[in-house]
Design a protein around this ligand. Structure first.
Ligand code: MG
Length: 244
């Protein structure tokens, strides 16, 4: 009798403990913060929370990178085109981590080749270049072709559109972090989709884009988007950015 009672108590106790320990689905639900509701009209189209950097109408968001004067590239029929010799342009705003959408088209330059054919570029925070180049049947060094992280990372594939067609880049960029003493805490990372295809998958940026020599990191804060004048009349349209 005594033994049975002990067993009964043990069973009861065990059942009670188990009931208390049984995990509930609610314990792993997180309700705050609630993601902001936006409208996203689809691939390539600016979501409602994007900053429109170029919507086809004007260069109000841009200045000359050289001296901060008005940007001198051509805006015509909703398209922005490099005017060779006028220099790089940059956004008035500066950015840290972001998602950038940008569309570009190579000029018709049948007599040019390699790095001289449709060269431009998009610099994250004014320092780290995603190459823009007419890489349609135009061989150059692989880490300098379209969608390369210039001189740092070869794109996984060459997704360049045929001449006359537009290209899209969707870029997800995580800025580098620096310690108070200026040393690098964490490098920048970048993911690039070229015409919807992943060509750079969260690769580490090794430092500033350098034509000659090794990249390096010098501490900085937020920076602009810079578009490169490399003497080729490359065109751009539909440029928008979302800060993260
Ligand atoms: Mg370039």
């Amino acid at each position: 009798m005594k033994k049975l009672t002990l067993i009964s108590l043990a069973v009861l106790f065990s059942a009670t403990v188990n009931a208390q320990d049984t995990p509930k689905p609610e314990e792993t639900e997180v309700w705050e913060p609630e993601p902001k509701v936006i409208t996203a009209p689809g691939m390539g189209k600016a979501p409602s929370d994007a900053i429109l950097l170029f919507d086809g109408s004007n260069l109000n968001e841009w200045i000359s990178a050289k001296d901060g004067s008005a940007a001198k590239w051509e805006v015509k029929d909703g398209i922005l085109t490099v005017v060779p010799g006028t220099g790089d342009i940059q956004t008035k705003r500066t950015f840290g981590d972001f998602q950038l959408h940008i569309e570009w088209r190579s000029p018709d330059e049948p007599n040019r080749k390699g790095q001289d054919k449709g060269n431009s570029g998009i610099f994250m925070q004014g320092r780290y270049e995603v190459q823009v180049l007419n890489s349609y049947e135009n061989r150059t060094y692989s880490n300098g072709q379209a969608a390369s992280i210039y001189k740092q990372h070869i794109p996984l594939v060459n997704a360049t559109s045929k001449p006359g067609d537009w290209n899209t880049y969707d870029i997800i960029y995580t800025a580098p972090r620096f310690r108070k003493n200026g040393s690098l805490e964490r490098p920048a990372y970048i993911t690039v989709l070229h015409n919807g295809v992943v060509v750079q998958n969260h690769v580490e940026i090794h430092g500033t884009t350098e034509y000659i020599g090794a990249p390096k990191y010098i501490a900085h804060g937020k920076g602009p988007i810079v578009l490169q004048d490399h003497s080729n009349p490359v065109s751009y349209r539909n440029i928008w950015i979302r800060e993260m």
